[in-house]
Design a protein around this ligand. Structure first.
Ligand code: NAD
Length: 497
């Protein structure tokens, strides 16, 4: 049987790739290749960027009112039709349907934020900064910008960026993950239905070749990347070297610090939700519980009891947790369980031995719990990106904070306590970009900005919120004087009145 090939979306239309290169796209719950995705070559990458560049002047010059009409219409269509998009996400990523809907809802929040763009683009105006001289500021679109996204949020992560970029007057070329490319094409069609002019939103499917094309093409002004740390670093360095503005969000290893006075039922619920939601394939997943002694022995039975009730299976069957994205990734994640045992950790719950509700060929791995994980083990030091939750025991709050601060990543973290003073110290002392206080996954709402510290973000501007608006615009300050008879004559110094 010939499988469909997901192509590109160029100049407002589906574009059948002629590159001759494709990759497999799986339904992870079935363990089957259900379609292929085209991998763009250099000519297709160039064509995509140049058609976006051709669309830019008219889009930039369209009135804010007309642009906003289109963004609002996109929001309405997305809101009405999001169950369709959720099904696509589940069929290629594997996450359960309710979670797919959740990621779309978080993306939609950014679209709603972008609906306020005219207000966000307003500048300042100072009359008579010097006698007869006015100074004012404005923010202007950059041109064509590239967005390169990871497999784990095929709808939400692109929506962290493109609604803001487009509403601010840019054209966007989105390079989705080749593992789940269909959500991007679906969103492109929605834009067309919303009335977006052709070329303003482009989808270029591909791999390193397409990414390198975006990083080096002179028409690309800025790159928003989200993915693993080594690739984020590469994208940041290469894009910057080619004169582009780059924000590159990388990997993570998120800790939850549990103080002995915490509400342990809340902690256990939170550890389960944040450790195993989306099968741990979230950059804000909690992968390490740092338990300040003597809390671990009281907490662990509560976590284990909740784990025993979780149903792993096909995301379309109302299960709690779906499969991993590919067999290779499933096997890599599972291999950490043997490493943990060899390094002296206790395997309290082994996800390899559990039942699942789905096709036997699916990429299954049940929730796994490891205790007394040595911090020298690569189970602790590396990002696993799967349903493996580690417990590390420490003797004090200070030991916990020092451990978290010594890590290479700084994406998210949380403290669980009923002590307001400890929580205040934590928010001040912790070297992490997003902090939860009795909240396990502190993803900021759309009008704040998302991004970590250290190896979790290269570049100094975060996603969405005001930082997102700044990233996709350039500020300009204008000093103006309309000549009148008292223009003041020649003066080589700076004006002083
Ligand atoms: P990945 O780094 O493999 O891929 C991300 C993007 O880079 C994809 O579009 C891919 O096609 C492209 N890419 C892959 N290899 C490349 C190469 N050699 N050269 C150029 N481009 C390349 O990441 P992934 O596996 O899709 O996603 C999971 C990772 O993303 C995890 O590390 C996770 O923590 C991270 N992530 C981070 C955030 C965040 O906000 N910090 C959010 C989501 C995911």
């Amino acid at each position: 049987m010939t499988l469909p090939v997901v192509g590109h979306w160029i100049n407002g239309n589906e574009f059948e790739s002629k590159s001759g290169r494709i990759a497999d796209v799986y339904d992870p719950a079935l363990g089957e290749v259900t379609k292929h995705v085209a991998l763009a070559n250099q000519d297709e990458t160039k064509l995509a960027i140049e058609s976006a560049a051709a669309a830019w002047p008219a889009w930039r010059d369209l009135s804010q009112a007309r642009r906003q009409e289109i963004i609002f219409r996109f929001r309405e269509l997305l809101n009405e039709r999001k169950p369709e998009l959720a099904e696509i996400v589940t069929s290629e990523h594997g996450k359960v349907l309710s979670d797919a809907l959740g990621e779309i809802a978080r993306g939609q929040e950014v679209v709603e934020f972008a609906c306020g763009m005219p207000h966000l683009l307003k500048g300042f105006y100072t009359e008579n900064a010097s006698t007869g001289v006015d100074v004012y500021s404005t923010r202007q679109a950059l041109g064509v910008v590239g967005v390169i996204s990871p497999f784990n949020f095929p709808a939400m992560v692109p929506m962290w960026f493109f609604p803001i970029a487009i509403a601010a007057g840019n054209c966007v070329v989105l390079k989705p993950s080749e593992k789940d490319p269909s959500a991007a094409i679906w969103m492109a069609k929605l834009w067309k239905q919303a009335g977006l002019p052709d070329g303003v939103f482009t989808v270029l499917n591909g791999d390193k070749e397409a990414v390198d094309g975006l990083l080096t093409h002179p028409e690309i002004q800025a790159i928003s990347f989200v993915g693993s740390t080594p690739i984020a670093q590469y994208v940041y360095e290469t894009g910057s070297k080619h004169g582009k503005r780059v924000q590159a969000l990388g990997g993570a290893k998120n800790h939850m610090l549990v103080l002995p006075d915490a509400d342990l039922d809340l902690v256990a619920d939170s550890a389960i939700n944040a450790g195993f939601g989306s099968a741990g394939e979230r950059c804000m997943a909690i992968s390490v519980v740092v338990a300040v002694e003597p809390v671990a022995d009281r907490l662990i039975p509560k976590i284990v009891e909740r784990m025993s009730k979780l149903r792993t299976g096909d995301g379309r069957r109302g299960c709690d947790m779906g499969p991993l994205v590919t067999k290779a990734h499933r096997d890599k994640v599972a291999s950490y369980i043997d490493v943990a045992a060899a390094d002296g950790a206790e395997v309290l719950v082994d996800g390899r031995t559990q039942e699942f509700d789905g096709d036997s060929k699916g990429f299954w791995l049940g929730p796994t719990l490891l205790d007394r994980v040595p911090v020298t083990s690569k189970v602790y030091t590396e990002e696993i990106f799967g349903p493996v939750l580690s417990i590390v025991r420490v003797d004090s709050y200070d030991d916990g904070v020092n451990l978290i601060n010594s890590g290479a990543f700084g994406n998210g973290t949380a403290i669980f306590t009923n002590d307001g003073g400890a929580a205040r110290r934590f928010q001040n002392e912790i070297q992490v970009g997003m902090v939860g206080i009795n909240v396990p996954i502190p993803v900021p709402v759309a009008y704040y900005s998302f991004g970590g510290w250290k190896n979790s973000l290269f570049g100094d501007t975060k996603a969405h919120g005001v930082e997102g608006v700044h990233f996709f615009t350039r500020g300009k300050a204008i000093t103006s004087r309309w000549l009148d008879p008292s223009h003041g004559g020649i003066n080589l110094g700076f004006p002083q009145n």
